[in-house]
Design a protein around this ligand. Structure first.
Ligand SMILES: Cc1ncc(COP(=O)(O)O)c(C=O)c1O
Length: 428
């Protein structure tokens, strides 16, 4: 039981606006496509782990009972062999790529490694990688590891305020010795959204390749890889694509660089004829050459319904709602939470914002714990003081955004967070 009222913050004038926006929301019915939550819970962490689509349970039951349980190894030829291709084609549609430019496989870290090293091998006379300090840690670790293996250096450009991407400084860093520009399209902490077209063109002007991490944009922000002539991309599927914990990642290799990029982690699944069991490696003449080992069939099956939902809703409608939700949340948070010590740590300009909003507070960690445990509201926390609120347009509502602000205000005014430890003890 919680110590205070979890109900809507209906005395606030914006509450009516939230209800009006929900009533007019063309994506409203998509929330019913997800497994129901405990009725009082507000889940604003779909940017970390998306919710469970209802169809995933039945799809998994089918794989377990029929495809695996019944058909056993025959399912490889009946269904499984092409499963990753079909899924890759479906993801391609969400990121502005052509069928067969996208492969679903591995984790984001692993596909990032494959493509980073593949890019460095394609530019052997160059010795620099350029990235920014807003990137997700795994991106930095992988970039450094690939750089070390190929004798390259990494230039990490700082952001002046820790929120906005340092676009001009990145452009200034690019030179004839740059092999690769590698960035997250949407920054994991602040939600800053880069101008993909501009940075891709700037890298191409000096003959460098570009690798985009789409983990925080796929399924939430329209991505136009082909239109931008982006060379390489990777991304997670367990966030806005609702593929489930640890669901496989995807990689994209643009047609225009296809002949240049090789997979440095060659395994038998990337072989042109894996069932010839030839001891000599001969890469598949398609995106399948980036496969390494046996495909995780259960995880691929679990991802299908989430991808189908995003395609059914369509990126233009998803983006429109995402922008409206985040703008509404920022507006209400600034009125109600700014006087309580919260500060916006995401871009105010919607054109520069992904689908999550970070609020900073000096007591951010204690407040996060208190709102999860006492207010039945789940955001997440990123050190040192960012509370991230992810808005997943397929199931988040304006009333939830409003009620979340009200619950946080009640926790902080009631000083409930002061009962929690100051230092982070676990990962959220
Ligand atoms: C930008 C970005 N890249 C990569 C990852 C994670 O990669 P992996 O799935 O390999 O853990 C995350 C996780 O949140 C992320 O935000």
């Amino acid at each position: 039981m919680t110590a205070f009222d979890l109900g809507p913050y209906s005395t606030d004038p914006s509450y009516g606006r939230a209800q009006t926006l929900d009533a007019a929301d063309p994506l409203r019915s998509f929330a019913d496509e997800f497994s129901p939550l405990d009725p009082g819970l507000i889940y604003l962490d779909g940017n970390s782990l998306g919710r469970l689509p209802r169809a995933t349970s039945s799809r998994l039951a089918e794989v377990l009972d029929h495809e695996w349980g019944d058909r056993l190894i025959r399912s490889w030829s009946e269904r499984w062999w092409d499963q990753a291709d079909r899924l890759g084609d479906a993801v391609a549609e969400l990121i502005g790529a052509k069928p067969r430019e996208v492969l679903v496989a591995d984790s984001t870290s692993v596909v990032l490694f494959k493509l980073t090293l593949g890019a460095l091998h394609a530019r052997p006379a160059r010795s620099r990688i350029v990235t920014d300090a807003l990137n997700f840690p795994t991106d930095n670790y992988i970039t450094k590891a690939a750089a070390d293996l190929s004798g390259c250096t990494v230039t990490t450009v700082a952001s002046a305020d820790g929120i906005h991407g340092p676009t001009e400084q990145l452009v200034a860093e690019l030179d004839e010795d740059t092999a690769l520009l590698t960035l997250s399209h949407v920054a994991f902490k602040s939600g800053y959204l880069y101008d993909m077209e501009r940075l891709t063109a700037a890298a191409h002007d000096v003959g460098a390749l570009v690798l985009w991490d789409l983990s925080h944009s796929v399924g939430a922000v329209p991505v136009h890889l082909n239109r931008c002539r982006a060379d390489l991309a990777v991304g997670c599927t367990y966030k806005y694509l609702n593929g489930g914990p640890g669901s496989p990642a995807f990689l994209y290799v643009g047609d225009h660089v296809d002949t240049e990029i090789t997979n440095p982690l060659t395994g038998w699944w990337g072989h042109a004829e894996p069932f010839d069991f030839d001891l000599q490696f001969e890469p598949a003449r398609s995106i399948r050459r980036f496969q390494t080992g046996t495909m995780p069939i259960l995880s691929l099956a679990a991802l299908e319904p989430g991808v189908a939902l995003a395609r059914a809703a369509g990126l233009p409608r998803i983006r429109e709602k995402s922008l409206a939700l985040t703008a509404f949340f920022i507006d209400v948070a600034e009125q109600i939470l700014a006087p309580l010590g919260f500060r916006l740590a995401s871009p105010r300009d919607g054109k520069q914002r992904g689908s999550h909003v970070a609020l900073q507070h000096p007591d951010g960690w204690r407040i996060t714990q208190a709102i999860i445990e006492q207010a039945n509201l789940i955001p997440d926390f990123r050190a040192p003081d960012n509370i991230r609120f992810g808005f997943s347009p397929l199931y988040s509502s304006f009333t939830e955004a409003h009620t979340a602000v009200g619950r946080i205000a009640r926790v902080v005014r009631g000083k409930l967070h002061l009962d929690y430890p100051v230092a982070p003890t676990t990962v959220t």
